[in-house]
Design a protein around this ligand. Sequence first.
Ligand code: FPP
Length: 251
Amino acid sequence: MKSKTAAPPSPAPALDPAAIPQHVAIIMDGNGRWAKARGLPRLAGHKAGTENLRRVIEACVEFGVKVLTIYAFSTENWGRPEDEVSGLMNLFDDVFDRELAELNRQGARLVHIGRLDGVRPNMVEKIRKGEAATRDNQRLTLCVAFNYGGRDEIVHAIQRILADGIAPEDVTDELVSRYMYTADLPDPDLIIRTSGELRTSNFLIWQAAYAEWVFPEVYWPDFGREQLLEALQEYGRRERRFGGVPGAASG
Ligand code: FPP
């Protein structure tokens, strides 16, 4: 596993503006292993991962990414040991308090995707407050997938489609997208999963149909501006085909 680079930050990155992904989504994996490698408790890894988020948000703003979705807590993560779950909840609590001013400073709008039923009420209130306080920011949309699961999202969408009495022949790709938590967001162009694990883990499984994936071999707390830049450069080298043939891509 590569450790954090000691090299100075590159100045103006050579990125083709036309090849910047509009929407980057990240599975922030490897906090536990990062901590273990240092003889620290797992929660120390989550704390480092939370602190790391600020520099990745800054870098997204710098590089012109318009939407950043982060997988903060999945519907399956409730199954982790109780002390890890409560430690994570306390961390989220602190982050929502601490980072709101920073999000406003960065011109970032906070949106949440996932289920809020079952989440403790003070957290729900913080998320709603954060969304309201940053609603008009336009530089970056920070979409936090919290208590989120891709299958759960699809089930939820089907339930609402049926409840709305939509006729089967009216159920189209576009309609289903409008029933997803991400209805107001473009599909992710680039999905990054840190730590070298090669799985989708129930993340944006509907929206990721044509996303490009990269799997940097660093644990999330060590993923920073340089690693994001490398991922964006890698994305710029890909030819997206959307099911078509080389040279005839629609985007
Ligand atoms: C996966 O690493 C990480 C998580 C389940 C939590 C991610 C959350 C953060 C980084 C905090 C983000 C904060 C906010 C408020 C959005 P892991 O524990 O699965 O690591 P391992 O695979 O090495 O055990």
